[in-house]
Write a protein that binds this ligand. Structure first.
Ligand code: MN3
Length: 196
């Protein structure tokens, strides 16, 4: 199933005068569309690789999948994060969580803007919930937008391939370690995380 470019919930000129209609047209119709197309292409190439059992280009297509996937998913969030006549401050549970984790709404705002302004090169500033552990809110910077991950994913199965995870036993033979890892996976845990 191919990914689709989501349409905006408001007209292109709806965010004027803060964000102009021409920027919205270019940003949504051209840039976001390119991420959607790129993600679909990467997924197709990876499906072909699985069919052929030929992973010679897995590094390239994994990078493409991460780059375009993060681009697509972050833009889908970004459009919905805005609305005509928006702004102000949140209320309710989010307001309380921001106060708890940043001290005050103003302190959150100061850090969020500072983080956004300080992103090296192209990227994003993102308010995120570390939902897997203590539900703490954090502000992160994303350079470009992927660093080989796809934003908005929740990890299900993770293998540590830092050398400290295998060097004593396997030295430089990472492929032997990753093969051995398949014999110790707790699929009940992975399934439970998926269900969650
Ligand atoms: Mn963009």
């Amino acid at each position: 199933m191919p990914h689709l470019l989501p349409s905006l919930d408001y007209p292109y000129e709806g965010l004027e005068p803060h964000i102009d209609a021409q920027t919205m047209h270019l940003h949504h119709d051209i840039h976001h569309k390119a991420y959607v197309d790129g993600l679909n292409n990467a997924e197709t190439k990876l499906a072909e690789a699985r069919e052929k059992g030929d992973f010679a280009l897995v590094k390239h297509w994994s990078r493409e999948e991460a780059f375009h996937g993060s681009g697509h998913f972050l833009h889908a969030i970004f459009w919905k994060n805005m609305k005509p006549n928006g702004g102000g401050a949140p209320t309710g549970a989010l307001a309380k969580a921001l106060e708890r984790d940043f001290g005050s709404f103003d302190a959150f705002k100061a850090q969020f803007l500072a983080a956004a302004n300080a992103v090296e090169g192209s990227g994003w500033a993102i308010l995120a919930c570390q939902c897997d552990n203590d539900k703490k809110l954090v502000i992160l910077q994303a350079e470009k937008h992927q660093n080989l991950t796809q934003w908005s994913v929740i990890p299900l199965l993770a293998i540590d391939v830092w050398e400290h995870a295998y060097y004593l036993k396997y030295q430089n033979k990472r492929a032997e370690y990753t093969k051995a890892f398949m014999n110790v996976i707790n699929w009940e845990d992975v399934s439970a995380r998926f269900a969650g």
